[in-house]
Design a protein around this ligand. Structure first.
Ligand code: UD1
Ligand code: CA
Length: 454
């Protein structure tokens, strides 16, 4: 399909959110409302152009749009209503023919398949406008789809303008539309603001087109929970719950075991391999990718990580890091950003690793802090080892070469380099580099004296 364009209306105040953050940048399952909408549009059709109407909090919204190659923005200076918002986009479509999908920036649950089906029906029927509608139990607050006695779609009536009879209608406007580009701009110019909110309602375009003899349709293709519009934080939480359940189901259908879906929080863009088991109270966030046969959780948070196959992570926090095959993390470990744990590494109880590489088969099993370090292969880091990487102003590097054995309770005062196969005696504070194959001790010798005044 060619000549498919998109507009997202995202300039509204979002007053009911009571937030300093623009509404469309609030998140559902770890992703901004606006991103859900843009991703949905981009996967429904090849968008030749995607225009976002910005206004409230525009600086942040514009910045957010930088990641989308096909997205541009227009600014709506005064928020005079959804029709007025769409009009601002007219200049972006000068001399263009084709079909325009319009979505509100606050409907994150719509599925790409639904949008695809809407577009298909719109083109097949040769409509000037096709509205995505759905039947919902409590239609309060939504525009109602009004049909005549023959069932023909005649207009959309907003809650505030609806008669008590119209308020009984359960078929509602999802805020998602397909338009024929050319007729749209003409119809939009005829919209007025003679209503209780003194706003230019996009929904008025329907009766205008119908009166002009153009074909319109309301396609009831949406499930109730797909078209939830987010206007406040109660609906935000509701959307999160719905999407979370859908995400969990999709992973389970792909061969992931989720022991307790009710307490498993997986963000939208997370990838998980087959036969991985996710235990309760686990959060997997951002752009995390987890391999096959892993065991994750319970009580674990993983954010923006690349976890390979056969990894076990228990009661731990892992951020922006990589764990290669067969790594074991936890219980109670904190892996901070820019860490790479290579194959078979073990990071155990109450250990923290930050911005470090730990080589194959090395162990940081108990109560250690490894920061800004390069740890080689088959290194044993004894219990209570600390890299002293910070002097209050700058960070310094610790290099520990292959097969080093670090005894318990060692301080490594960086910058410092420990040669291959060195043995560091327990309790040492190491301030100087150590050449390979040495034994080094840096602690006061024990003196035992006679005890007086027993
Ligand atoms: C709108 C629809 C309603 C539909 C509902 C679905 C209108 C008049 N009503 O109502 O029929 O059932 O969505 O969720 O469109 N916006 C601007 N600039 C403005 C005003 C709004 O960009 O000046 C944007 C908002 O950011 C939002 C969208 O338009 O994304 C809809 O506005 P909103 O105020 O949320 O309309 P609803 O009352 O939810
Ligand atoms: Ca809305």
């Amino acid at each position: 399909m060619n000549n498919i364009y998109g507009v997202v209306l995202a300039a509204g105040q979002g007053t009911r959110m009571k937030s300093s953050l623009p509404k469309v940048l609030h998140k559902v399952c770890g992703k901004e409302l606006l991103s859900h909408v843009i991703d949905c549009m981009n996967s429904a059709a090849k968008m030749d152009k995607l225009v976002v109407v910005v206004g409230n909090g525009s600086e942040l919204v514009i910045k957010h749009l930088e990641q989308y190659k096909n997205a541009e923005y227009v600014f709506q200076e005064k928020r005079l209503g959804s029709a007025h918002a769409l009009m601002q986009a007219e200049k972006s479509f000068k001399n263009l023919n084709g079909h325009l999908i319009v979505m509100c920036g606050d409907t994150p649950l719509v599925k790409a398949e639904t949008l695809k089906a809407l577009l298909k029906q719109h083109i097949k029927k040769g409509n000037s406008a096709t509205v995505l509608s759905g039947t919902i139990e409590n239609p309060f607050g939504y525009g109602r789809i009004v049909r005549n006695s023959e069932g023909k779609f005649t207009e959309i009536v907003e809650e505030k303008s609806a008669s008590s009879e119209q308020k009984q209608i359960n078929e509602i406007n999802s805020g998602i539309y397909c338009f024929d580009l050319k007729t749209l701009w003409k119809a939009l110019k005829k919209v007025n603001n003679k209503n209780s909110k003194k706003e230019y309602y996009l929904t008025d375009v329907i009766s205008i087109l119908n009166n002009g003899g153009y074909k319109t349709d309301a396609a009831a293709l949406a499930e109730e929970q797909d078209i939830l519009g987010i206007n406040d934080r109660v609906q935000l939480a509701e959307a999160d719950m719905i999407m979370r359940a859908e995400i969990n189901v999709a992973h389970m259908q792909n061969g992931v075991t989720i022991v307790d879906p009710a307490t498993t929080y997986i963000d939208k863009d997370v990838v998980i391999g087959q036969d991985t088991i996710i235990k309760p109270n686990t959060h997997i966030e951002g752009k995390t990718n987890i391999g096959k046969n892993c065991v994750i959780g319970p009580d674990t948070t993983i954010t923006d990580c690349k976890i390979e196959d056969d990894v076990v992570i228990t009661y731990s926090c892992v951020e922006s890091s990589q764990a290669k095959k067969n790594v074991k993390i936890g219980p109670y470990s904190h892996i901070r950003p820019d860490t790479i744990l290579k194959e078979n590494v073990k990071v155990g109880n109450f250990s923290e690793v930050k911005k470090s590489v730990v080589g194959d088969d090395s162990k940081v099993n108990h109560l250690s802090y490894i920061g800004d370090a390069n740890v080689g292969k088959k290194v044993n880091i004894g219990a209570g080892t600390i890299t002293c990487n910070y002097d209050g102003r700058n960070k310094f590097k610790t290099v520990i070469n292959d097969e080093v054995f670090v005894g318990s309770n060692v301080n490594l005062v960086a910058p410092v380099t420990i040669g291959k196969k060195v043995l560091i005696a327990a309790g040492s504070t190491i301030t100087d580099d150590v050449l390979p194959n040495k034994l080094t001790i840096a602690r006061a010798r024990q003196i035992t004296k006679v005890r007086k005044n027993k």
